[in-house]
Design a protein around this ligand. Structure first.
Ligand SMILES: *Cc1c(COP(=O)(O)O)cnc(C)c1O
Length: 369
């Protein structure tokens, strides 16, 4: 294979990010400080309609602290999808509560409200959908179920910076929402997470839990963590925030090209976008008929096209989380886990790369890999 590999994801770090890091390093103030504060305000204004934001050291910390801040703990059940990264379910367990896995809608790959309804028990305290691949979950229907049963509603928006539903940004629906800033996400701070908070109380609790339970120094009110973001990371994030809108536009254009070009290939199902949804294509995920793993191998080995499988094993089948779901079967989740391939859609792709991806999928499917 002589063609260079088109990677499945490619973080973009430029001179602006390097200059920002250098500025912070030169200042001598490296830990959480003014850069973090500014990043929180700018992120809030740009991405979540001004909701209070609190920066933390990872997306996983954001989920964990958000759950604790909302009062989730032992004896509580939180309904989550199984078709997601393990951090979603892990954070519920870390908070001392029990994850209850529900199935997905086949089109959006996100939590199915009817499946959620079927899981509700007297111990259910909250629902936490994931805006998977950058497609918003069915927040209106989930909010209606939450209100009907007196439940809290959270958002795992790790993959969905800038996604919208009926004109409202993800992160503005839940009692809290978490955005990941890991390098392969739509924007990065190196490592990091942002918690968008639906109330002053939750925001204050996340701030306390982030920093040893202190708001006033050495006057610790509760047992907390050190989950602070550094000013070095916040400085990277602030630069990325100025670029993420353009990158998202490019992702959407790349996806539109792939949609049109892949639609006619037998055995390939392109990702639908539901009414009212603005998809930000963290991943461009197709379903394929046939031996998925062989197709992934052929794309890479014969055509130099990297791809990803998110996620081959649903959370309720993982050795770590399966004990919370004895005997559970989620047919649509299990089907998706066998069929999905995420093709490159990132903003660094050139037109020639997109054409190579289409050609690779076409010949691989024709060859009946
Ligand atoms: C990336 C991701 C997380 C965790 O974020 P980190 O910043 O890696 O800790 C949680 N949920 C989903 C759906 C993710 O994709």
């Amino acid at each position: 294979m002589s063609l260079p590999l088109i990677p499945a994801a490619k973080p973009i770090i430029g001179d602006d990010e390097r200059a920002a890091v250098d500025r912070v390093l030169r200042s001598g103030m490296i830990a959480q400080g003014p850069e973090v504060k500014a990043f929180e305000v700018e992120f809030a204004d740009q991405l979540v309609g001004g909701r209070q934001c609190v920066a933390v050291n990872s997306g996983t910390s954001g989920l964990h602290l958000g759950l604790l801040a909302a009062g989730i703990g032992p004896g509580d059940e939180v309904v989550v999808p199984s078709f997601t990264f393990a951090a979603t379910g892990n954070s519920v367990v870390l908070a001392g509560a029990t994850p209850v896995f529900a199935d997905i809608e086949p089109d959006s790959f996100c939590l199915d409200p009817e499946s959620v309804r079927a899981t509700i028990t007297p111990r259910t305290r909250a629902i936490m959908p994931v805006h998977l691949y950058g497609h918003p979950a069915a927040m209106h229907a989930l909010r209606a179920i939450a209100d009907e049963h007196g439940l809290l509603l959270f958002e795992d928006a790790a993959q969905a910076h800038g996604a919208q539903l009926d004109g409202a940004p993800v992160g503005s629906f839940g009692d809290f929402a978490m955005f990941s800033l890991y390098p392969t996400k739509n924007m990065t701070s190196g490592e990091g997470g942002m918690v968008a908070c639906g109330s002053d109380e939750i925001a204050r609790n996340v701030r306390l839990l982030r920093n040893q339970g202190m708001e006033v120094q050495y006057s610790n009110e509760l047992i907390g963590f050190n989950a602070r973001m550094t000013d070095v990371h916040a400085a990277i994030g602030r630069v990325q925030l100025t670029k993420v809108g353009g990158w998202t536009q490019q992702r959407r254009e790349n996806a539109a090209f792939l949609d049109a070009a892949l639609a006619e290939i037998p055995g390939v199902t392109t990702p639908p976008v539901l009414d009212g949804a603005t998809h930000v294509y963290h991943q461009y995920t197709v379903r394929v008929a046939g031996d998925r793993d062989a197709i992934v191998r052929a794309l890479r080995d014969e055509h130099g096209v990297g791809s990803g499988v998110y996620y081959p094993i649903p959370n309720h089948r993982l050795p770590s989380l399966a004990p919370y779901a004895p005997g559970l079967e989620l047919p649509r989740t299990e089907e998706a886990a066998q069929q999905v391939i995420s093709l490159p859609v990132h903003p660094s792709l050139a037109q020639g790369d997109l054409e190579r991806i289409v050609h690779a999928v076409e010949s691989t499917m024709k060859a009946g890999a």
